[in-house]
Design a binder for this molecule. Structure first.
Ligand SMILES: Cc1ncc(COP(=O)(O)O)c(C=O)c1O
Length: 465
């Protein structure tokens, strides 16, 4: 007995030999471990390892929320064992998801019976909207005895989820890239790309590259004219990943961009971005039930009851939906307006300061009528700073800030742009600290000659494009 105790209790200090071994050897990374390990020690080691991920509050690259209230943490805990797909098993969670769909249909001015669902994020949500458009287009073509083998979609400079959608679903992507002075898809440029094989046009409310809102109403009017001239009716899907949860609150007088436009058949938005919910939730809504083809809905019965589902994944965590509903009730329109209004105000403040740097040109100043609460800038043509924005991003990373630099598209693909996203929790105090760090980084870079400059790949943090 005594011998066993001394084997387990190293030096009589109460340290278990297995704990010492966990602390002094690398954690398993290639071979599945044979033995069990002490839970608390593994937890502590992982907590320390995760410190290397940095501080999410300084991640100004991501569009996603990095702050959640204590109530949301508790609700997520409560829901950790709930599978969203088991609607029969968790009927109240299913009811809450439907309520969220109803509230969003109201927010986005859907005319009739709300129809839509949650998804894991805007990527899945946009693919669901895209599938519905492809199916609707195919039925129309078949009914007219026309070919269905060359579908295309038309959009501006989109987030990668649309490139994935086009590739995975065999659709020609007609992406209108940027040129100086034309950062968004214009109605004229769009009209040159559409034809009877266009399943839809996708304007973005908050283009990932620069945060500006595309002209949904102008594009809709141009498609009305096109239909009058040609008889071809092309629907719109709005990528409202960010703007869907901003424009209704901070730009209520913006020209209609949602279901008020009859041509808008579906909208996606990220609950986990400006919807303020924790990571892992997006939404897709359809104008009316006829816009979601019945063939896309699966009726699953083996978990008990009839469960209509329209999702790519089967099992999904339910906590995000519950947390989203909490946010809707907790904040209401007044709360979302106040929270996002503050973000726009702080973005405007940062834009005004960054705009005073000699040779920096502000592309988006975070104004609520123009786009999302982001600040985007570049180095004006013919400015010789002696450093690149990739180097500035790299230097800021040393202070923990993630402020990505990246190229735009088309004629602007040779040039670097830089962006900060202002979200809930990014206070004026933090903004001032960032601005001081930008100033000091610029001083450092201009006063130290460089040997080699980091490439865009080496220097930029993840840019979410
Ligand atoms: C305009 C736009 N669409 C779609 C996405 C993809 O969203 P998610 O990360 O929720 O899948 C993003 C992400 O930044 C985006 O900015």
């Amino acid at each position: 007995m005594a011998a066993k105790q001394s084997a387990d209790n190293t030096s009589g200090l109460g340290f278990d030999a297995k704990i010492i071994s966990l602390l002094t050897r690398p954690l398993p990374s290639t071979r599945f471990p044979d033995e069990t390990s002490d839970a608390d020690t593994v937890y502590q080691i992982l907590c320390q390892e995760l410190l290397l991920d940095g501080n999410s509050k300084q991640n100004l690259a991501t569009f996603c929320q990095t702050w959640e209230s204590p109530e949301v943490h508790k609700l997520m805990d409560l829901a950790i064992d709930k599978n969203l797909i088991d609607k029969d098993e968790y009927p109240q969670t299913a009811e809450i998801e439907q309520r969220c769909v109803n509230l969003l249909a109201d927010l986005w001015n859907a005319p009739g019976k709300p129809i839509g669902c949650s998804a894991i994020g805007s990527s899945e949500a946009s693919m669901l909207g895209g599938m519905a458009a492809k199916w609707r287009w195919r039925s129309r073509q078949e009914a007219a005895g026309k070919p269905t083998d060359r579908p295309n979609m038309v959009c501006g400079s989109v987030q990668i989820c649309w490139k994935k959608f086009a590739r995975y679903w065999d659709i020609e992507l007609r992406e209108i890239e940027m040129s100086p002075g034309e950062l968004c898809m214009t109605p004229d440029a769009m009209l040159k790309q559409v034809d009877e094989n266009t399943i839809f046009v996708v304007p973005t409310m908050g283009v990932t590259y620069h945060g500006l809102y595309e002209d949904v109403a102008g594009i809709s009017r141009a498609l009305d004219d096109f239909e009058n001239r040609t008889g071809i009716n092309i629907p719109i899907h709005v990528d409202g990943a960010s703007g869907g949860f901003l424009a209704p609150f901070t730009a209520p007088d913006h020209e209609p961009w949602d279901f008020r436009l009859e041509r808008v058949k579906s909208i996606n938005a990220s609950g986990h971005k400006f919807g303020l919910a924790p990571l892992g939730i997006g939404w897709v809504l359809f104008r009316e039930p006829a816009d979601l083809p019945d063939e896309l809905i699966f009726h699953v019965s083996y978990l008990g009851g009839d469960m209509p589902t329209f999702q790519i994944n089967f099992s999904r965590p339910a906590g995000q939906v519950i947390a989203q509903y909490f946010d809707f009730i907790r904040f209401g329109k007044a709360g979302y307006t106040a929270i996002h209004g503050s973000s726009h105000e702080i973005a405007g403040y940062c834009a005004q300061k960054i705009g005073t740097v000699d040779g920096f040109e502000i592309i988006h100043d975070g104004s609520p009528d123009k786009g999302i609460p982001a600040v985007v800038w570049t180095q004006a043509e013919n400015t010789e700073h002696g450093f690149t924005l990739y180097e500035l991003a790299d230097r800021l990373r040393m202070r923990g800030w993630q402020v990505p630099a990246y190229p735009f598209t088309g004629d602007l693909a040779h040039k670097a742009f830089q962006r900060i996203l202002v979200k809930r929790g990014f206070t004026r105090e933090m903004a001032d600290l960032l601005l001081i760090d930008i100033e000091q980084a610029i001083d450092f870079l201009t006063s130290h000659s460089r040997n080699t400059s980091p490439s865009s790949v080496q220097a930029s943090s993840y840019n979410h494009l």
